[in-house]
Design a protein around this ligand. Structure first.
Ligand code: B1M
Length: 221
């Protein structure tokens, strides 16, 4: 049986249109046609959600459109996630990461993608979700004896909480127990250095590479 090849452009359009059914269907069709989940995400769905961000900034889209697009993006990701994770190469865990979106911030699409890619690359990921209180990151990391705490932030108003978490670890005498990995659209390598984080990932793949380096396994591709 031949499968229709869905286009990356159609995937982007489904997200822009906030069409949840189409996004999920196109993701499924892509998998059936043996397109790589990662390519569909990076070249189809992400450009779609970025365009939505531009439309919002230009005043073309309002919150309901933004939410419908986010739902469409999530529907596609739900279909693609098992394929991403089944590409896990390693049987042994490279390290344990407590991951979450920082306090005050409910954006979780990028964080989920980072979590899936870390799992797919052999990390043991404990995903605390979004809007995670600073104290909870610390409690969970201590309880899980985590190697790395991964902090996502999508708002200029919440990225400061990444700094606060590091300050809190220092105040509690726990800073040396964990490596801190930060990321999210408003953050940067310079920001990571400024707040004393140990690693920065510009995107999900870079986050995996940074996490490898943090656990002393940066040598592997
Ligand atoms: Co929001 N939002 N939003 N939003 N939203 C942005 C971020 C914004 C840039 C839009 C804009 O103005 N152009 C803007 C922030 C402005 C700023 O602070 N500078 C914004 C705003 C203002 C808001 C609200 C305040 C709107 C309002 O209510 N007035 C509100 C925030 C509420 C809150 O959090 N307290 C809000 C709400 C929402 C929705 C709920 C509607 C929805 C989120 C749904 C969800 O996540 N469940 C939403 C969306 C979808 C967006 C945009 C359009 C897309 C975000 C996204 O998912 N990108 C966004 C515009 C944009 O980004 N261009 C926007 C795709 C995702 C794959 O990329 O998240 O960047 P990203 O993740 C990347 C990298 O950043 C990196 O890897 C990922 C994969 O490549 N990365 C890491 C991320 N985390 C990492 C962690 C790491 C390493 C790498 O290590 C641990």
């Amino acid at each position: 049986m031949t499968h229709l090849l869905p286009s990356l452009e159609a995937m982007a359009q489904a997200v822009i249109a906030g069409d949840k059914e189409a996004a999920a269907r196109l993701a499924g069709e892509g998998l059936a046609a043996k397109l790589e989940a990662r390519n569909m995400i990076e070249q189809g769905f992400i450009p779609g959600i970025r365009k939505v961000g531009d439309l919002w900034e230009e005043g073309e889209y309002f919150l309901p459109e933004l939410m419908a697009s986010a739902e469409a993006m999530k529907a596609a990701m739900a279909v693609l996630k098992p394929a991403l994770e089944s590409s896990a190469a390693e049987a042994l865990s490279l390290g344990r990461i407590v991951l979450g979106t920082i306090e005050g911030d409910i954006h979780d699409i990028g964080k989920n993608l980072v979590g899936s890619m870390l799992s797919a690359n052999g990390f043991d990921v404990i995903d605390l979700g979004a809007d995670v209180k600073l104290g909870r990151f610390i409690e969970e990391a201590v309880a899980a004896r985590a190697d790395v705490i991964g902090l996502s932030a999508l708002l200029t108003t919440t990225m400061v909480n990444q700094r606060r978490l590091i300050e809190r670890l220092e105040a509690e005498g726990l800073r040396s127990r964990f490596k801190i990995l930060v990321g999210g659209a408003p953050t940067s390598r310079a920001w990571a250095a400024e707040i004393g984080a140990d690693g920065y990932g510009e995107n999900a793949l870079a986050a995996v590479q940074a996490a490898r380096e943090l656990v002393g396994r940066g040598d592997r591709p």
